[in-house]
Design a protein around this ligand. Structure first.
Ligand SMILES: Cc1cc2nc3c(=O)[nH]c(=O)nc-3n(C[C@H](O)[C@H](O)[C@H](O)COP(=O)(O)OP(=O)(O)OC[C@H]3O[C@@H](n4cnc5c(N)ncnc54)[C@H](O)[C@@H]3O)c2cc1C
Length: 308
């Protein structure tokens, strides 16, 4: 119930425009967000790389309503890719299509993402297309496939809470896709998504095994297991050991500011670990989804407020 309220609030436009002005909320968001500028983001990647952990950089923003905003978000990605290229740091970028104009039309959005993917190729890195709520899934997959065919250096995300994901992964496995598997962060109805956590988790393990199986890896498919759930991580480690999956043929991914201890432990154990690093001023919906995943975060933040 509380999770649903937080997810509903994450889509509230009035709160979105007011919350970003509250100094307290900004400070609370810093637990998950690297900062507001490219320099903040680069500093965070540098720290991660020094610990043997790679990054994927997300310029915060979603559901832009004007072509100018979509172009500005695209320009920001091009700038940050230049900064990654110059710094020599190990980082991909992650993009949300609604930040790049998906609500304004597929062609506009595709052209913006193509600019980012071409720039990433020029500086020798990759782009991951995040998956948003289910009304965008088909269009997101179509744009991904189009760009993957043309450029190659693009990956996609699949959410284990959706019933359709098994069929989506089966198709992507045949295409040699780079797939990030996550549980899913949006509020979806039981028409589209498993309502019970146990089913979402069982689906996660099933899809992880599909992505890491030998015949699928032979086609060039690569799985990125994005989760902080120790049960999912242990299931992956076990499957990878049983199937002798080479360590450079899959990776673990986690969010900035969540389970740093686990990120460092996996890296120290020799696994490839990548951390998702969001930065920018449009942190409100991202921050609210992180609170919804673990409502205890709300009490933690509230107790800090009252202590001050
Ligand atoms: C790298 C990465 C990229 C992602 N990309 C997408 C995407 O494109 N689309 C999408 O829908 N979702 C995305 N997500 C979010 C994902 O779908 C889940 O909502 C999120 O990862 C929480 O699920 P979990 O697998 O960690 O498991 P859960 O069962 O939710 O959590 C397991 C444990 O992890 C810890 N934990 C989890 N979340 C938090 C938190 N917010 N604060 C503190 N501790 C926490 C807790 O200890 C919890 O008990 C991404 C997640 C990661 C890690």
């Amino acid at each position: 119930m509380f999770r649903s309220i937080l997810l509903w609030l994450s889509r509230n436009k009035t709160l979105r425009t007011t919350a970003i002005r509250w100094g307290f909320a900004r400070r609370a968001a810093r637990r998950f967000v690297a900062g507001e500028t490219i320099d903040d983001a680069i500093a965070t990647i540098r720290e991660l790389n020094a610990q043997g952990i790679t990054a994927t950089l997300d310029h915060l923003g979603e559901n832009v309503e004007t072509l100018d905003d979509a172009r500005r978000a695209t320009d920001d990605y091009v700038k940050v890719l230049d900064a990654i290229g110059i710094s020599g740091l190990q980082s991909h970028v992650s993009v949300k299509l609604t930040a790049l104009g998906l609500d304004l039309g597929d062609d506009v959005c595709r052209a913006n993402v193509a600019r980012i993917v071409a720039k990433a190729k020029e500086v020798g890195t990759r782009v991951r297309i995040d998956m948003e709520s289910v009304e965008y899934t088909d269009r997101t997959l179509a744009i991904y496939r189009d760009l993957a065919r043309e450029y190659g250096n693009v990956g996609i995300v699949i959410q284990s809470y959706l019933y359709r994901s098994e069929a989506d992964i089966a198709a992507l496995c045949l295409e040699g896709a780079h797939v990030r598997l996550c549980k899913g962060a949006y509020k979806e109805s039981p028409t589209h998504a498993f309502p019970k956590k146990a089913d979402v988790d069982a689906s996660y393990v099933r899809l992880m095994k599909m992505l890491l199986s030998a015949n699928v890896r032979a086609k060039g498919t690569r799985g990125a297991l994005a989760t902080h759930d120790v049960k999912m991580i242990d299931a992956t480690r076990q499957f990878a050991a049983d199937e002798q999956v080479p360590r450079d043929e899959f990776e673990f991914q986690m969010l900035n500011g969540i389970r740093r201890d686990l990120q460092q432990k996996l890296a120290a154990d020799g696994y490839a670990v990548r951390v998702y690093v969001p930065y920018g001023t449009e942190w409100y919906p991202y921050f609210m989804r992180r609170l919804a995943e673990r409502p205890a975060n709300v009490w933690f933040i509230a107790s800090n407020l009252f202590r001050k």
